[in-house]
Design a protein around this ligand. Structure first.
Ligand SMILES: [Ca+2]
Length: 69
């Protein structure tokens, strides 16, 4: 058990180290230096935009059902 836990912890620490190394080297692009890679930020923005759009759509559907539009 301790072997599994310690190898997971070591693996986690190593991935963080590799992540920051690549961030520092510029392999992972991070223009605004917030430690979040640009592709991840763009994907998050896109998801947010789509969620807003879907919420607006749902709102319109509810209003249409109610007969307000
Ligand atoms: Ca960033």
């Amino acid at each position: 058990m301790i072997y599994i836990v310690s190898s997971l912890v070591i693996g986690f620490i190593m991935s963080i180290a590799i992540y920051f190394f690549n961030l520092h080297k510029g392999t992972i692009k991070d223009r605004n230096k917030n430690f979040i890679p640009d592709p991840v930020e763009e994907a998050a923005k896109e998801i947010k935009r789509r969620a807003k759009k879907a919420a607006k759509e749902a709102e319109d559907v509810v209003e249409a059902i109610k007969g307000k539009k």
